[in-house]
Design a protein around this ligand. Structure first.
Ligand SMILES: Nc1ncnc2c1ncn2[C@@H]1O[C@H](COP(=O)(O)OP(=O)(O)OP(=O)(O)O)[C@@H](O)[C@H]1O
Ligand SMILES: [Mg+2]
Length: 370
């Protein structure tokens, strides 16, 4: 398979990025340095991380993804490093962490800029020593993992502000890759729009369509604060709502909004991160809102709470056991959930009948997480 084949774009910045990756992933090279991917939201950092793994000698090894913003510090630590039986109340059996699960493969730490301070120190030790210690354990375990981290925030600025450890930043950014914003990718925006239009037309069984000159010019002039994700959503909406064989600038309905701030990377708040995570998780489930996306499945995850408000109906009682990403019990929650509420009928049916359109879900998510 061609290297980074999913990551579309022929602009000079994307060609340079591909060349860097090609040099990095020499065939047979299994020992790889930590990689830091930075870029605005929706620029394709997650896609690049998966492409790096797929193009590396670790392609058939585990790829484990952790969103550092998605769990409170204590759960994140247990999730990352695992725990021994009895390490905390209700730790009835030992469990390995995601680092151990990723052994021989790759671990992708998304939103690394939001890793809590005490975990930054523990994580630095893992990066340096390649050893992890489960909660409650007295011995370390060796792990062979390729570490890829990503951040929407400008980590150098976070270091200057004392929010992110300088030593960890240097350790993680042995190779630093920058995903360029869409507005700096020239004709890529038109090429991506045409590709998304062809895909959406095929998906929704509508006749093929093309962009007229004015539509192309509008795409090129727009600032794309949400980058490729925003472009994909706009083209999908146009494909869904119009049967026209020629897509005009008016159909795109793009406001020539204000230019984004001069800072190359916008610092996102935790709320921004949850909203983006929720939107991206729903994107992956095809906007099926009848059940929380797998990555939001735990009530401990802020994203889950966003999903709950998005569907605006009492969700079944918080389960007393918080499950980890592989579905196994992680820890029993103490007194943080409201008492169970009695519900009539199937929750899924009620949720879907209350909110059966993606537009409504998006509106609610934006309102709740704004
Ligand atoms: N170059 C690209 N070619 C094709 N699709 C792309 C490209 N870049 C991004 N996408 C698509 O855009 C969406 C957002 O990409 P992705 O989730 O990787 O962005 P991100 O930078 O990780 O965003 P966030 O910071 O919000 O997590 C996905 O649907 C992805 O498939
Ligand atoms: Mg991402």
């Amino acid at each position: 398979m061609e290297l980074l084949s999913e990551l579309l774009g022929d602009s000079p910045v994307m060609t340079a990025l591909r060349e860097t990756v090609r040099r990095l992933l020499q065939p047979g090279r299994t020992r790889l340095p930590p990689i830091l991917i930075q870029g605005e939201t929706g620029t394709g950092k997650g896609l690049l991380a998966r492409g790096l793994q797929a193009g590396s000698a670790r392609a058939d090894r585990p790829f484990v993804e952790i969103n550092c913003a998605a769990l409170p510090a204590t759960l994140l630590e247990a999730e990352m490093f695992g725990f021994e039986r009895g390490a905390f109340t209700d730790a009835r059996q030992a469990k390995r962490g995601l680092f151990q699960t990723a052994h021989t493969g790759t671990i992708f730490l998304d939103e690394i800029g939001l890793l809590p301070a005490d975990l930054q120190a523990k994580f630095l030790k893992v990066v340096e020593d390649r050893r992890v210690r489960r909660l409650g354990a007295t011995r370390d375990e060796a792990v062979d993992v390729w570490i890829i981290a990503a951040s929407n925030e400008n980590l150098q600025a976070a270091v200057r502000e004392g929010k992110f450890r300088q030593d960890l930043y240097h350790r993680l950014s042995v190779v630093s890759l920058e995903m360029p914003p869409l507005r700096e990718r020239g004709d890529d925006v038109v090429m991506l729009a045409e590709r998304f239009l062809a895909l959406a037309s095929a998906d929704y069984g509508r006749p093929p369509a093309r962009l007229d000159e004015a539509a192309r010019a509008r795409l090129l002039a727009y600032q794309w604060p949400g980058n490729v994700r925003e472009l994909g959503n706009i083209i999908e909406r146009v494909a869904l709502l119009s049967e026209a064989p020629i897509i005009t600038a008016n159909l795109l309905d793009l406001e020539p909004g204000p230019a984004p701030s001069a800072a190359p990377l916008a610092a996102l708040s935790a709320v921004d991160v949850v909203r983006n995570h929720l939107m991206s998780a729903l994107e992956h489930t095809g906007w099926n809102i009848s059940a929380p996306p797998a990555s939001c499945a735990s009530p401990a995850i802020p994203c889950w709470r966003g999903w709950r408000s998005a569907v605006s109906t009492p969700i079944p009682a918080c389960p007393s056991v918080v499950t980890s990403s592989d579905g196994s019990p992680l820890a029993r929650r103490a007194g943080r959930c409201p008492p169970p509420q009695k519900r009539r009928g199937s929750g899924a049916t009620r949720h879907s009948s209350l909110l059966d359109s993606r537009e409504a879900a998006v509106r609610r998510i934006r309102t709740r997480w704004s």
